[in-house]
Write a protein that binds this ligand. Structure first.
Ligand SMILES: Cc1ncc(COP(=O)(O)O)c(C=O)c1O
Length: 384
């Protein structure tokens, strides 16, 4: 493995989970690093001892989160980031905010996670043609680009597929969208925090990513980035007091929602989650997303290279490094994914079943020995 961003002592201190568990389930929900639990514990203690007397400093951390999140999205504009409840909420803000016309079409991926299908399918009742496109495994982007046409208003993709782990070439899709005047909406929950993502550079209009997977933070929060011109196209369907830059000026008669992404934040936010996510994003930026991404790809390379030639194991996730992020999915001849998962779990190795696949998802800090032990167990299962 080329990149080892930690010494073992750092690892145990920063990620206490590794002492007892091999956590290969970051594509579902992640354990919290020490920095996150520390930030949240001090919030809990402060509330118990002083109530909200520290509110001003929490607001500063909330703004710091928007600034750091902007950096994760490859931008320096905190005004382009809104904090919303989850990925699904962000995607629905887009689906419900655009002024769809009868005869418009929206293109999305067949078999994508339900949160990135349902908001678009619901538009059919407004006369919008919601087209689910089956991806050609040899050239998935071409399938999507071929489906774009004069009536297409928006292309919606997940940058990394939750089951197969396929990573799409976002720049290629973004280029096709901008050439054809199509809005480009990305569900990045399976990428942000795992690999670098430069939203402006790939030509994205909207990007949403929830906190509890690769971002290593508590559930109940998502980062919603939008390009200013695209954001202006979205009606603010749920306005509220907190969307203004001066929310405590309660007596107001503003006719219009503000231009910044905060227009998508109507009310009081989840402060505990914000402090946790702020700490997690700081940790990722301190390591650097390039370092994090290379270390994670080294780990999925290690699993892929070791398992691809094992008789009885079929990799569903792509073999090429450029087509993967943090997910390695496989099926075993004659062994159900549930049975394989049960065997791993007995050894404190935590993964997931998605469809017929056993899904392994390490993160950049996963110790090599834990991957080696997983490989040994899967080889034994395949030979049994
Ligand atoms: C691709 C994808 N999108 C969306 C979600 C759900 O995200 P949220 O619960 O933040 O809405 C998941 C969760 O597994 C997912 O994998």
């Amino acid at each position: 493995m080329n990149s080892q961003p930690f010494t073992s002592a750092d690892l145990a201190a920063e990620f206490p989970v590794i002492e007892r568990h091999s956590w290969l389930n970051h594509a579902a929900i992640s354990p919290w690093p020490t920095a996150v639990s520390r930030a949240m514990s001090s919030y809990v203690r402060a509330n118990a001892e002083r109530g909200p007397l520290d509110y001003g400093s929490w607001l500063q951390l909330e703004q710091s989160l928007r600034e750091k999140a902007a950096a994760l999205f490859g931008s320096d504009r905190a005004d382009d980031v809104a904090l919303v409840a989850n990925t699904s909420t962000g995607l629905n803000r887009v689906a419900r905010g655009l002024d769809w016309q009868h005869g418009d079409s929206v293109v999305f991926v067949e078999g994508d996670f339900p949160s990135n299908c349902l908001p678009w399918q619901r538009l059919a009742s407004m006369g919008v043609n919601a087209r689910a496109v089956r991806l050609d495994p040899h050239d998935p982007e071409r399938s999507l680009i071929a489906a774009l046409g004069p009536s297409t208003r928006l292309l919606a993709v997940s940058s990394v597929h939750y089951e197969s782990g396929l990573r799409l070439d976002l720049a290629r899709l973004g280029e096709a969208c901008s050439r054809q005047g199509v809005l480009f909406c990305i569900d990045a929950i399976q990428q942000l925090g795992a690999l670098p993502l430069d939203a402006p550079a790939v030509g994205a209009d909207f990007v949403v990513a929830g906190s509890h997977k690769w971002l290593l933070a508590p559930e109940g929060l998502a980062l919603f980035w939008s390009r200013p011109e695209a954001r202006a196209l979205l009606e603010v369907v749920d306005p509220g007091w907190r969307m203004y830059p001066d929310p405590f000026a309660f007596e107001r008669d503003d006719a219009e929602a503000p231009a910044a992404a905060r227009r998508f934040e109507p009310g009081t936010l989840n402060t505990a989650g914000i402090l946790g996510l702020e700490a997690a994003v700081s940790l990722l930026l301190d390591h650097g997303m390039e370092v994090v991404g290379e270390a994670l790809l080294d780990r999925t390379d290690m699993l892929t290279n070791a398992l691809e030639s094992v008789p009885g194991i079929w990799l569903v996730s792509p073999l090429q490094r450029a087509r993967r992020a943090g997910i390695v999915s496989l099926v075993l001849d004659g062994v159900s994914a549930e049975a394989a998962l049960a065997r791993l779990t007995l050894n404190n190795i935590h993964a997931a079943v998605r469809g017929k696949c056993l899904r392994l998802s390490p993160h950049f800090y996963t110790p090599q020995e834990q991957l080696e032990q997983t490989i040994v167990l899967l080889r034994e299962l395949a030979n049994a």
